[in-house]
Write a protein that binds this ligand. Structure first.
Ligand code: ZN
Ligand code: ZN
Length: 125
């Protein structure tokens, strides 16, 4: 069981049995997180539970059927969901329980930020 929360602490969630993790370098994750990439952990919807703050959770539709959940109070980026799937992804950085995925593949690397250390490694290799 893993628990996570937003910066102000009003939205709290828990999940069990993570399926996979990824560092997503797409432009939408960059924009929403204000960072070079977003690290998400996916779980089955049935393994996900919102514990508090449901009234503060804003669902922004970033493209058709894609919803990005963030806290209305503190702005923390928390969730990503494709409404046609039965999975939800939570931002690993919002976890309060330590969790180190076995593998975290980079996806959408073609749009990676050129100032990101990973991108600099790519250039030198
Ligand atoms: Zn918050
Ligand atoms: Zn992305």
């Amino acid at each position: 069981m893993y628990q996570g929360s937003c910066l102000c602490g009003q939205i709290r969630y828990q999940l069990i049995a993570p399926i996979r993790a990824s560092h997503c370098h797409c432009r939408m994750c960059q924009k929403q997180h204000g960072a070079a990439f977003a690290t998400y952990v996916s779980v089955q919807l049935s393994d996900f539970q919102l514990l508090s703050g449901e009234d503060l959770l804003v669902q922004f539709q970033s493209s058709p059927g894609i919803y990005r959940g963030f806290c209305h109070c503190c702005g923390s980026s928390l969730f990503w969901r494709d409404s046609s799937s039965d999975e939800i992804a939570a931002a690993l950085a919002s976890f309060d329980t330590p969790y180190v995925p076995e593998q975290i593949p980079d996806i959408y690397s073609q749009s990676h930020a050129l100032w990101c250390p990973a991108a600099q490694q790519d250039r030198s290799s």
